[in-house]
Design a protein around this ligand. Structure first.
Ligand code: MF3
Ligand code: CO
Length: 253
């Protein structure tokens, strides 16, 4: 097996360090979500975020990552992930996915939420609720002795039962001293397959859910992923440590 495919297990001490970075992520993402309202631009959210990172002496996990120029990913409506902050003004009825990560004292934290802007359609509300619940279902099976694709299956089965589709072009990931570590964590797959989950694994689980088809395209900016059919998309992510006592959601307040 190649070195880069080895899943590094974190000690309880390292998990506490990852809790610290993820708590910063949780605090800032909560602050940003509470600031979202019709009339604000996604660049204003970015500015607030930058200030909060500095205050906490953390470092953005995304800015500079493969040349990505911002601290936040702000994906609106049919944008799936990696939307970039801009002068776009959020309007009533939009949905906004906020993805955010930091590095603090050598360890990474990563999380995402999708929030309504003012009052939104019933379809948008349902999509957000199903995506959020899909992540909760995935976390519930993130346990010692289960297998990696039990997580994937938990997302896929729940989402498809509810008439939505899972994005296949992007996946969750291991996380620790790097933002992206092995293993990849797909949001689709067969139960009982994949590596066995062990105490000390830390995974960023991140279902991306589309209202219509699962296909995505990348815009000319080289980053923004959108649904091919223009349907709405929602994204939730938590960094989760596997412990003997069960899943420890590091990025929850
Ligand atoms: N949470 C996403 C991920 O894990 C966002 C990082 S992409 C970046 O891939 F390029 F913007 F950093
Ligand atoms: Co991630």
């Amino acid at each position: 097996m190649k070195e880069r495919e080895i899943i590094t297990l974190k000690s309880p001490g390292e998990i506490e360090k990852m809790r610290a970075s993820n708590l910063i992520v949780a605090e800032i993402i909560t602050m940003i979500r509470d600031t979202v309202a019709p009339g604000i631009t996604t660049l204003e959210l970015e500015r607030i975020c930058e200030g909060e990172i500095v205050k906490r002496k953390a470092r953005s996990a995304f800015k500079g990552y493969r040349g990505y120029p911002y601290c936040l990913c702000t994906s609106v409506n049919e944008e799936v992930v990696h939307g970039m902050p801009s002068k776009r003004i959020l309007k009533e009825g939009d949905i906004l996915s906020i993805d955010f990560g930091v590095e603090y004292h050598g360890y990474y934290g990563d999380a995402a939420v999708t929030v309504p802007v003012g009052s939104v359609s019933d379809e948008a509300k349902t999509l957000i609720r199903i995506a959020d619940t899909a992540l909760e279902r995935a976390i519930a099976v993130t346990r010692v002795g289960n297998r990696l694709f039990d997580i994937s299956y938990a997302v896929q089965s729940y989402v498809e039962e509810n008439g939505f589709s899972v994005v296949r072009a992007f996946v969750g990931h291991g996380i620790g001293r790097e933002l992206h570590e092995p293993p990849q964590v797909p949001n689709f797959g067969s139960p009982g397959k994949g590596v066995r989950l062990k105490a000390g694994m830390v995974l960023a689980i991140e279902p991306m859910i589309n209202a219509e088809g699962s296909d995505v395209a990348i815009l000319e900016d080289g980053w923004t992923a959108v649904t091919k059919d223009g349907g709405l998309s929602a994204h939730f992510e938590h960094t989760v440590a596997i412990t003997e006592k069960g899943p420890y959601i590091l990025s929850r307040l």
